[in-house]
Structures are given as structure tokens and as C-alpha cells.
Design a binder for this molecule. Structure first.
Ligand code: FAD
Length: 283
């Protein structure tokens, strides 16, 4: 166990991608010894539940790393949540990141879980041994009218059973510190891991910021303006930027760092080479 906590996130390979890409990624993490790896989940179907569970099982059984599975609520009913929990338990998952998920145009939500807090409450009741994690948003969730309101809702999520939070990616640590102060002042007292995603290409940063509403601070925009057409240099600058973010977060006593790896072990390894020695190893 590290202090602060150090975790990684991976996603199941996209439908057209060779399934081996995930094993290449997991092989590439060797030596990083994260406290856990979380596996994302795409909406709804039995096939998606299986994909997340299979990768979780591999991480746990073959790589001997504790594993967390993501699960979304909007397009799930109680039967599919039960099925997911059963699959996850058999895969050796110790925690579920309980999420609402995003609305998909043209798809009608199941209507049984409106918010992540509803899913958290259901898991707490039906699988009390499972640790329940949740998401939070230092820059405010896109649909909330303000950060105050969003943090009030976050408190409901914690009251429903969430015992560990992971933030959306952010590029300005001051946003995180502002959010953290507010969350603590409103009684959100569980560990909060800071989500860090290194800049790696112009399209990826544009997609992520469009999807999440994350802002691009001037310092990051400068990197993109300078090296937008030169991917190796932009990635190098992104690694330095992410490493400096992490150093500053650790200096401020952050509970944990959750690295969005995008299944790219090289980026994760290069960041770890810079900041790994700052994490203490606890028994
Ligand atoms: P909620 O907590 O339900 O919040 C959504 C909105 O509702 C917010 O505006 C909030 O203020 C409001 N709200 C919350 N609770 C209440 C309440 N009780 N009453 C009234 N209003 C409320 N998406 C995927 O599809 N798959 C993934 O694997 C995935 N992994 C993620 C991992 C992390 C760390 C993060 C930060 C996000 C992830 N997402 C994933 C994206 C996530 O599903 C979206 O951000 C989604 O829009 C919100 O999910 P949530 O769980 O935060 O929702």
C-alpha cells in the first residue's frame, strides 16, 4: 500500500481493437505496483459486463493486483446490477466504482437508478462486503448549476455508502484544492484521489475536455500551441506537466493519485519514474 494511494485506470479494448492490447498494457505496468487498477465499463449490455469482469479477473488472478470494476446505473436495472455484482465477485473484484453514466441520445434509461447514489445504496444493501467508490468533479459536474450544489449531491452519494472518491481529470490543481476545501467543509470525509491524465495529443485533449467540460488552463494551451504538430514533444511536455501536478498534490497531502492511463503503459511508466520515489510504501 502506498501513501498517498496510487492507482491506475484501464478500459476494455474497443470493439475493433485486438484483445491483446490490454495484455500489452498490463505487462507494461509491471513494477509500478499500484494499490489497485480500476476497469471502466460501457453502458448496459451483458457483453459489456462480461468484458469488464474478464479484464478484472485477469488483473486479479494473473497479475495479482487488487482490482475495482466500474458500473453505470442509467441503463441498468436491478437484475443486470445483480448479474454484474455476481460476475465481479467471481472475478475477485474488491470494489465497485458506482457511477450514474452519461445519457446516450435516442436510448431510454431503465428508470430504476437515477443517480450514482441510488446504485451505491443498492450495492450497500445487496453486497455489503463490496467496497463502494464514486466519482467527483473538482470543476463541477456539467449538469450541476454550481459547485456548491454538486458537492451537496456528492455528500448524498457518501451518505448512500460510497467510502472512496476519485476525481474527474483536471489540469489546474487550484481547482482541486478549492473543491477539496468545500467538500471537507460539507462533511465529505472519505479519501479523495486526484485523477490525472497526461496530455498526449491535441485530439485527445479536445475530446476529453469537450466530453467532461474540463477546462484547458493557459499553461496547457501553451504546450498544445507549441507542440500540437509534434506528438513526441507534446507527450514529453505532458509527462512533465502531469509529474509536476502530482508533486504539488503530494506536497499538499493529497489522499491519492489515480492515473488515467488510456492503456498506455509507457506514459504511466515515465510519470512513475519521475514521481514514484515520493510515494511511501506502507505495510
Ligand atoms: P451522479 O453522481 O449521479 O451525478 C450526476 C449529476 O447528478 C451531477 O450533476 C450531480 O450533482 C447530480 N446528482 C447526483 N446525485 C444526486 C442526487 N441524489 N439528487 C440530485 N442530483 C444528484 N462513465 C462510463 O460510462 N463508464 C465508466 O467506466 C466511467 N468511469 C468514470 C470514472 C471516473 C473517476 C469519473 C470521474 C467518471 C467516469 N465516468 C464513466 C463518467 C460518468 O459516468 C459521468 O461523468 C456521468 O455524467 C456522471 O456520473 P456520476 O456517477 O458522477 O453521476
Amino acid at each position: 500500500m502506498h501513501s498517498p494511494i496510487f492507482s491506475l485506470e484501464v478500459f476494455p479494448p474497443k470493439p475493433h481493437a485486438p484483445v491483446g492490447t490490454i495484455y500489452d498494457a498490463l505487462d507494461g505496468f509491471e513494477g509500478l505496483n499500484p494499490d489497485f487498477i480500476s476497469v471502466t465499463y460501457r453502458h448496459g449490455s451483458h457483453a459489456n459486463r462480461l468484458k469488464t469482469a474478464r479484464i478484472a479477473r485477469t488483473i486479479n488472478h494473473d497479475y495479482h493486483i487488487p482490482v475495482v470494476a466500474h458500473l453505470t446505473a442509467l441503463y441498468s436495472n436491478k437484475a443486470s446490477v445483480d448479474e454484474a455484482l455476481d460476475l465481479f465477485r467471481k472475478a475477485g473484484v474488491f470494489g465497485v466504482l458506482a457511477l450514474r453514466g452519461d445519457y446516450v441520445e435516442g436510448n431510454e434509461p431503465c428508470g430504476e437508478f437515477e443517480h450514482a447514489s441510488d446504485l451505491a445504496a443498492y450495492i450497500r444493501e445487496h453486497d455489503p462486503d463490496m467496497q463502494i467508490m464514486g466519482a467527483c468533479y473538482p470543476e463541477c459536474h456539467l449538469e450541476a448549476s454550481c459547485l456548491e450544489e454538486d458537492v451537496d449531491n456528492l455528500k448524498k452519494k457518501v451518505d448512500a455508502g460510497v467510502t472512496h472518491l476519485i476525481t474527474q481529470l483536471f489540469y489546474d490543481n487550484d481547482d482541486f484544492y478549492r473543491f477539496l476545501d468545500l467538500a471537507r467543509s460539507k462533511g465529505v470525509d472519505v479519501p479523495i484521489e486526484a485523477g490525472i491524465m497526461p496530455v498526449r495529443s491535441v485530439s485527445s485533449i479536445n475530446n476529453m475536455t469537450k466530453r467532461n467540460g474540463s477546462k484547458i488552463p493557459v499553461a496547457v494551451q501553451r504546450l498544445v500551441d507549441k507542440w500540437g504538430d509534434d506528438v513526441p514533444s507534446l507527450q514529453q511536455a505532458g509527462i512533465v506537466y502531469a509529474s509536476e501536478q502530482i508533486v504539488d498534490l503530494i506536497a499538499h497531502g493529497v489522499d491519492g493519485i489515480h492515473l488515467y492511463t488510456m492503456n498506455r503503459p509507457t506514459l504511466a511508466r515515465r510519470i512513475w519514474a519521475n514521481v514514484g520515489p515520493l510515494f511511501q510504501v506502507k505495510e
